[in-house]
Design a protein around this ligand. Sequence first.
Ligand code: HEM
Length: 431
Amino acid sequence: MKQKTKKNPLTSFLLHLHPKTIDSRATQFNRTFGLGGMAALLCVLLFISGLALRFLYIPSIEGIPSIEGAYNSTQLIRNENVLSSFIRNIHYWSANALIVISILHLIRVFYTVSIVKKRGENWIYGIILLFIILASSFTGYLLPMDQLAYWAITITSNLLGYFPLIGPEISRFMLGGTDAIDSNTLLQFYTWHTGMLPLLLIGFISIHFWLIRKSKGIALPINENNHKIPTNPELVYKELVTALALTLSLVLLAMLVDAPLLSEANPLESPNPAKAPWYFMGYQELLIHLHPVFALIILPTIVLLFILGLPYLRYKPINTGQWFNSVKNRKITIISAIFSITLTFSLVLINTYIISWTELLPNTRTIITSGLLSFLMFVTPVFSFLYYLKKQLETPRIELVMSLFTIIISSYFTLTLIGCLLRGEGMTLLI
Ligand code: HEM
């Protein structure tokens, strides 16, 4: 009689996410760096720690939501005992790590050309997931109600207020129907953070995973000699080791570094400089240099359409699953990143210290000076660079698109670094 072997519940759960056998190449760490799995684990850690915090965090006094109640409650969680402070720290660090890991995952998926055919649909769900993650982090940012939280959200709502015509309405809507953060804003953010957004996250992650199964796992280059190996233990063990390493790093971080908590929010005393959350700092920096119509409407619309349209541009030839599509393109990608970082940094310096179109042409409308002219100062070199790649190096379309993607990502990364590290009092440049 056949003997039934006892299955480990954890590995049999992981096998529900994978087929029984997989292509041996899919287990190589440098294909995915385990980033999608890490994002999934971070979501689990966030749900568990968030659920615990739901019992500890009471943002009210005598049943009425209040800024003071939220701050006192966070202070209690931080100071009352080691465990509650540890749970808060794990939640805080996992949330920040999730943003970084999701962006790295998006970048790896794109550079391994895993966005065509059925995976294109998953790319779109991935973008939606990224927006949900950012919204979750943003709504959570306010909950401690300290100076950092209060002013970061105020700055971001002010940024939205620059939106032409309907800006003030959008900003009021975000703040829960008021002009400045108050207990209505707190209630609105708390409800989204602990109710709707986690539900949306679960829903979209489920679709994301289902589509990965439907496209038969990760994208791999076509190869006649591929051979199948059992998923357990070959892949499952690697996943468990990665999960353990990530969890241990987070535990260590949460034990060593506390999530920040400054003094209680004070609407009358703004810190100097007042900055948006780090992932929106690139945007805050952009608004220093570019007219709001360009910074808030034209540029984001073009970038969003480009990112969403990536799977639908016709690429031929294309090497799905191959890093950078070709060996030659790895070099072009690095050059594009260096070009973009240098261009963005130089334009920030030029705009601050050398030419400000608004000062040079004081009688011209600002939409032309700080809008169109500043926009063209970035776009013209970028398109000349792409034209050179196309004409001189006969770069195929997929690689040109990769170069443009690299330029956009590297430019936002540079703006974020400048905003976070190089802006001091009054948002003056420190170099
Ligand atoms: C909570 C967020 C996310 C989770 C948990 C998640 C999870 C995963 C996992 C486990 C995989 C398969 C293995 C791997 O690549 O590591 C995967 C693949 C994929 N993800 Fe995500 N992901 C998330 C966000 C995103 C984002 C932001 C994008 C991009 C817009 C994206 C697009 C894709 C695509 C297109 C694939 C298929 C890649 C391939 O076939 O090689 N995902 N995701």
